[in-house]
Design a protein around this ligand. Structure first.
Ligand code: NDP
Ligand code: MG
Length: 392
């Protein structure tokens, strides 16, 4: 792959969640275009060895963070990282990376809401933010988008459906959008009956038909919570009303969204189900260079079938839509309870169908207000986690 180096030099990137599924795909893109993209900082939770291997390959990295304190101490005492690399730890460490003076772009791909504070700090520091961690906008979209607007920063969506919408929208103003429709593959259990869903195991839930992703989001795909979270994410990213954000089943994961404009025109975005495509767009935009893996082969037949989604078998979708309509702190409670329940399911503490019940009961038992500040959302999130734990 060849492309002339940019006159302004490479974009300098901090990658939070470098050892995960998004992290791995981001590395493929970054390593394919060293003249355009350069890593200056990487972070993970505890996987020190893999993080050290990435640092060995990228001598431009001078700062790394291991969120887990014990992992950071071991990395320091065993000298895992090359000389001159500073090893940070904890949330302060993630924030230090997100605000590194030499960084241009922060790609946040940490699972869950841990990336919220570092992402806000990155915006405050004037960095561009490429956002994969959808939970952040679900929990605190109002505050993240307000901060980005105030700083004049464009959020670059990494989630494939949102990146697709972003590309379809182009320069069209929000007032011309009638609705956006996100496509859902349907996850591992799209063809299972309710009776069958009662028996499914974590190992089965982790077998996604189309995408290779981390465990939390793969379970979220199997419950459809992922699409629910994405509808809430879309509401904030594109400044839409809840009823303008919809979802449809599309088994092939080749079309990632449909954007319908007020004159009835519908645009879609096609690419293979691999995150390298949206990541490359998010990191390179507006520059378009060859993809790091083959695009769709139009010599092979393929179909674009769309079907309505079944909310009966997948109540987490309806609950997400309900929390989106309720607004305020409801989506934060939805997300927090879902995280607790998914972890319990993965640890075989609860059956699959208990996940939506925990979320539903958590939502029912809490008061949802319009949060006046971020701390109100953070305490609502904590309260929902406590309640969901109690309900397990
Ligand atoms: P993975 O589980 O594969 O990876 C998670 C990454 O986050 C790992 O690098 C992990 O480090 C790191 N991490 C977890 N907790 C912390 C923490 N407290 N501090 C620092 N780093 C932490 O997840 P994915 O890559 O699948 O997903 C990441 C995010 O991107 C999620 O929000 C997901 O919803 C979103 N997303 C993912 C897609 C995908 O295709 N995978 C598609 C669209 C969105 P360690 O290895 O040490 O545990
Ligand atoms: Mg997605």
């Amino acid at each position: 792959m060849t492309a002339p180096p940019p006159a302004s030099g490479p974009q300098r990137i901090v990658l939070l969640g470098a050892t995960g599924s998004i992290g791995e795909n981001a590395l493929r893109v970054i390593e394919a275009y060293p003249d355009h993209l350069q890593l200056v900082g990487i972070a993970a939770r505890s996987n020190a060895d893999q993080l050290a291997q990435i640092a060995q390959r990228h001598p431009t990295i001078r700062n790394v963070t291991l969120f887990d304190q014990a992992a950071a101490s071991r990395a320091r005492s065993e000298g895992l990282f090359p000389n001159g690399v500073e090893v940070h730890k904890g949330l302060e460490g993630l924030t230090a990376l997100a605000t590194l003076a030499e960084a241009d772009v922060v790609l946040c791909a940490v699972v869950g809401v841990t990336g919220l504070e570092p992402s806000l700090a990155a915006i405050e520091a004037g960095k561009d933010l490429a956002l994969a961690s959808k939970e952040i906008l679900v929990m605190a979209g109002k505050f993240v988008m307000a901060a980005a607007r105030e700083k004049g920063i464009t959020l670059r969506p990494v989630d494939s459906e949102h990146n697709a919408v972003y590309q379809c929208l182009g320069d069209n103003p929000t007032k011309d959008i009638s609705r956006i429709v996100l496509t859902a593959s349907g996850g591992a259990f799209r063809d299972r009956s309710l009776e069958q869903l009662a028996e499914v195991t974590p190992a089965e839930a982790l077998q996604h038909p189309n995408w290779s992703m981390g465990p939390k989001i793969t379970v979220d795909s199997a419950t459809m919570a992922n699409k629910g979270l994405e509808l809430i994410e879309a509401r904030w990213l594109f400044d839409l009303q809840p009823e303008q954000c919809q979802a449809v089943l599309h088994r092939g994961s080749l079309a990632h969204c449909i954007v319908e404009f007020t004159d009835g025109a519908m645009l879609t975005h096609l690419c293979p189900p691999s995150m390298t495509f949206p990541i490359q767009h998010a990191l390179m935009h507006p520059l378009r260079l060859p993809p790091v893996e083959p695009s769709l082969d139009l010599r092979q037949p393929f179909s674009l079938d769309f079907e309505p989604l079944d909310q009966q078998r997948f109540p987490l979708l309806g609950l997400a839509i309900e929390s989106l309509r309720t607004g305020g702190t409801a989506p934060a409670a939805y997300n927090a309870a879902n995280e607790v329940a998914v972890e319990a399911f993965l640890n075989e503490r609860i059956p699959f169908l208990q996940i939506p019940r925990i979320v539903e009961q958590t939502l029912e038992q809490m008061d949802h207000r319009d949060p006046t500040d971020l701390s109100a959302v953070i305490s609502h999130d904590a309260e929902a986690r406590r309640l969901a734990q109690h309900l397990l």
